[in-house]
Ligand binder design. Structure first.
Ligand SMILES: NC(=O)c1ccc[n+]([C@@H]2O[C@H](COP(=O)([O-])OP(=O)(O)OC[C@H]3O[C@@H](n4cnc5c(N)ncnc54)[C@H](O)[C@@H]3O)[C@@H](O)[C@H]2O)c1
Length: 355
């Protein structure tokens, strides 16, 4: 037990998921919590749950990417709840796509919510911390900061947050303010559920792919991340600053690539044509591969000889001019009139067709 004064914290993106768990945990630790979120009803709901358990909290609608919205929300917390000296920048979004298909708008959205948002909220709250000669800033990064396919925007933003964290630690340390980053691996939330949905697979299948890579043998829960944050914002953690703590059940957890469709390319012969069946999976999603799929699906880096139909048919599953490429059940079937030599060898040997 410490005789620390009651603190006020701000948790962004606190309407659900990791943010809601952090808000609940900090309230249980004795802090008053301003729950900021675009989703006002969700923020109020988190605050109400905290109040039901005897804590103090306030839901405030805020768009962390918008300067006026942030300034006004932080002032509301300061006036209605208490001067905020703890900030957890947790609000986040994903707009995943391979680089060649990523729109500038998807890039900007992710940068604005994660990076600009963390900057605006930290800047708005730091004056209260400087005055109090005490402050705690925690930025929620991600294992994706180390690189993750389809997340050029998100991984850049999450890596950027780590640099931001270290600079805050350097600049604000003399005021008794620490800044740290928590980088979660796979955590079961709406964000990961929505990602699974977008990939066209069940959440269970998506989680299973990660599980193979997580040494502790389970996926993370929001409370796992809240626990780390609770430590970093505690009174006793004043000598830990500028750090990135990976909370991923191991040193790093990224999904297994074992189930890539490439490994499922099984040559067949049918109706006098040679065919390759491609399991319809996440890596064949039209949004990932339209216009560029033929290399990725492992038929050939070059346009396979005799493959009729436009490349985007691999992703879009449209019929080729003579029906040479179509989607049947959960498979794509690529039919060759005249396969390349390498592909022909695979057909003859009954082997998988290499990428
Ligand atoms: N779930 C994971 O596996 C995982 C892994 C690593 C990092 N993270 C990070 O953890 C944080 C929380 O993730 P989550 O899984 O709980 O996500 P989530 O989608 O369940 O919740 C994100 C919350 O942020 C809010 N939000 C989005 N844009 C906002 C904005 N402009 N202003 C205010 N609020 C906004 C949403 O309304 C939502 O309540 C994010 O920064 C995410 O990138 C999550």
């Amino acid at each position: 037990m410490t005789d620390a004064p009651p603190r006020t914290a701000i948790v962004t993106g606190g309407a659900r998921g990791i943010g809601a768990a952090i808000a609940a945990r900090l309230a249980a630790d004795g802090m008053a919590v301003g729950v900021l979120d675009l989703d006002e009803a969700g923020a109020n709901n988190t605050a109400a749950l905290i109040a039901d358990r005897g804590g103090r909290a306030l839901g405030v609608r805020a768009d962390v990417a918008d300067e006026d919205s942030v300034v006004s929300a932080v002032e509301t917390v300061a006036s209605d709840l208490g001067l905020p000296v703890v900030v957890v920048n947790n609000a986040g979004v994903t707009r995943d796509n391979l680089l060649f298909k990523m729109t500038a708008s998807d890039w900007d959205t992710v940068m604005n919510v994660h990076l600009r948002g963390a900057f605006l909220v930290s800047r708005a709250a730091q004056k209260y911390m400087v005055d109090a000669r005490f402050g705690r800033i925690v930025n929620i990064s991600s294992t994706s900061a180390l690189g993750n396919r389809g997340q050029a925007n998100y991984s850049a933003a999450k890596a950027g947050l780590q640099g931001f964290t270290k600079t805050l630690a350097v600049e604000l340390g003399k005021f008794g303010i620490t800044a740290n980053s928590v980088a979660p691996g796979f955590v079961e939330t709406e964000m990961t559920r929505i990602t699974a949905e977008r990939m066209g697979i069940s959440f269970e299948e998506y989680a299973t792919r990660y599980l193979e890579k997580i040494p502790v043998g389970r996926v993370g829960q929001p409370e796992d991340i809240a626990h780390v944050v609770s430590f970093l914002v505690s009174e006793g953690a004043g000598y830990v600053s500028g750090q990135v703590i990976y909370a991923a059940g191991g040193p790093r957890s990224l999904p297994s690539r074992r189930r890539s469709p490439r490994s499922d390319l099984v040559p067949e012969r049918s109706h006098g044509f040679q065919e390759v069946r491609l399991v319809y999976g996440p890596l064949l999603r039209p949004e990932f591969y339209r216009g560029g799929g033929r290399g990725r699906v492992g038929v050939s880096r070059r346009r396979p000889q005799g493959l009729l139909g436009a490349p985007d048919q691999l992703g879009g599953a449209r019929r080729g001019p003579a029906g040479q490429l179509h989607r049947g059940g959960e498979h794509f079937v690529v039919r060759y009139a005249a396969p390349s030599q390498a592909t022909e060898r695979c057909f003859r040997a009954g082997q998988r067709v290499p990428a």
